[in-house]
Design a binder for this molecule. Structure first.
Ligand code: FES
Length: 207
């Protein structure tokens, strides 16, 4: 999917306007710039809701700058710094692979290769020919204890390996829905994979 999408104008719709008002009201007068990331997120979600593609066109950044009364560059620098904001259109499923050290030690290279082979995407930042997937490399997602982690849209898929990620992506390619988020090996939240190892009673046996 290489077609360049032009968006000339952007304005918050009624659903977004309500969310914007709430976000800006969290900050004292004169500090409304602090709501910039919330407004970028609201704009991206509006684009997803109305067009099916979650991204923030420059027209939306300019609208945010006008709303906050700041120079556009103050919004651009936030939108381009955080990988959670897409400054160009992405596929229906945005695959965000963490390759920071804990995930790397736990096999993130395998996850990257599995994503590439299942989607046909050659490099990070690209979208598959069918427009279904975009592959992005991200820094620590804050879920290292269940590494390696792949974020798909808003959800985390944890304790992954190549076989499980290929099965998950094959399901999406054939029109299936995203499976429940979380551990893919049935681990309860971040509990030990095997038996309880801490906070044991004096006899050393888990209850
Ligand atoms: S290093 Fe991957 S979630 Fe922290």
């Amino acid at each position: 999917m290489s077609a360049q999408v032009e968006v000339q104008t952007f304005s918050f719709d009624s659903i977004s306007q309500e969310a914007v008002a709430k976000a800006v009201a969290l900050y004292p007068p004169g500090k409304q710039m602090s709501a910039v990331k919330a407004l970028l997120d609201i704009a991206q979600r509006q684009m997803a809701r109305l067009t099916g593609v979650a991204w923030v066109p420059q027209a939306a950044m300019d609208a945010i700058a006008r709303h906050l009364g700041v120079a556009p560059i103050r919004v651009y620098e936030n939108a381009t710094f955080y990988t959670m904001f897409n400054t160009k259109p992405v596929g229906k499923y945005h695959l965000q692979v963490c390759t920071t050290t804990p995930c790397w030690l736990r096999g993130s290279d395998d996850i990257v290769n599995a994503c590439r082979s299942a989607t046909g995407i050659a490099s990070f930042g690209q979208t598959s020919e069918d427009g279904l997937f975009t592959l992005t490399e991200v820094e620590c997602l804050g879920a290292c204890v269940n590494a390696p982690i792949l974020q798909i849209n808003d959800d985390y898929y944890e304790d992954l390996d190549a076989v499980r990620i290929e099965k998950l992506l094959d399901g999406l390619k054939t029109g299936g829905a995203l499976p429940p988020a979380g551990s893919t090996i049935g681990r309860q939240t971040s509990a030990p994979i095997a038996n309880q190892t801490t906070l044991l009673p004096a006899n050393g046996q888990a209850e």
